[in-house]
Design a protein around this ligand. Sequence first.
Ligand SMILES: Cc1cc2nc3c(=O)[nH]c(=O)nc-3n(C[C@H](O)[C@H](O)[C@H](O)COP(=O)(O)OP(=O)(O)OC[C@H]3O[C@@H](n4cnc5c(N)ncnc54)[C@H](O)[C@@H]3O)c2cc1C
Length: 279
Amino acid sequence: MAINNRKPQSLNEALRIRHDCEVIPYMGGTDVMVERDPKASFLFLGDLPELQQLTRDAEGWHLGSGLTFSSLLAEEDCPDLLREAVSRIASPAIRNLGTIGGNICNASPAGDTLPVLLLYDTDLVLKSLKGERRVSLDAFIVSRKHIDLRSDELLVDIIMKPKAYNHFYYEKIGSRRAMSISKIAMAAAAEIQKGTVADFAISFASMYKTPLRFKDLEETVKGKSLDSLEAMKQDVVHAYGERLNPISDLRSTADYRKGVSLKLIGDFIDTILETFGQG
Ligand SMILES: Cc1cc2nc3c(=O)[nH]c(=O)nc-3n(C[C@H](O)[C@H](O)[C@H](O)COP(=O)(O)OP(=O)(O)OC[C@H]3O[C@@H](n4cnc5c(N)ncnc54)[C@H](O)[C@@H]3O)c2cc1C
């Protein structure tokens, strides 16, 4: 069956079509085409050079929403933690098509880039013919598959804020190593300065209907010495245990998700102590 597909040559043309017509925007199509509505009209954005750049300035990293996972992996400036998460997504074929913007707008609980983006307090730039709007990723993903996107808007820019993290951790638990949707994905990072935890952040995907981060729990660790971090490790894990209330679905159970994620938090703390501790 033929697909009703519009293929603009520029972002402005895409915004005009988005404004005038009822179309579903798409880039790689690796989500949208899986359950394609045969009656829908589509707007293909995957060829627009305006959406495929990665630049860096005082605001942070600007990732064009149309950057594919493969092109991100090829970018020298791609933040290391994002590179790690992206390298674990699906297979080369999917990484050649799938985009970071599609991962965000699909708003799946299992979007693997989302926990990394949350650690960088990422903002999104949404554009329409009327102008631009900037929202935090946190606010943009309202619920499972539900985003704060107006019918005339497109996601154009993804801004990862600068961070001084000097320790990184990423773990994806799936049924197998490749081509596997996460049962749990955890991204974490810390900044350790002169034996003190200057920054500490943990975020999850596949645990809840939206990606999760508990900034108040992170605050309880900031400013602590590494000795204190070692002493409070079980308390930190316990505090996360009180807050994590995972989903059960076809991929995993709530009990499994909770048990494993608490082990990962302990493991993250151990890696900090091993890397920066005296012993
Ligand atoms: C076999 C397979 C394996 C997969 N494995 C993984 C995995 O391991 N980890 C993972 O996270 N994901 C995985 N996915 C899901 C998918 O590949 C990713 O979510 C990918 O990032 C989607 O990007 P895309 O460009 O293909 O999105 P598309 O399918 O093009 O679009 C996804 C959604 O975003 C909207 N959209 C796209 N572009 C814009 C825009 N500029 N503005 C506004 N809305 C927009 C679309 O309307 C749609 O709702 C897998 C998919 C398949 C088919």
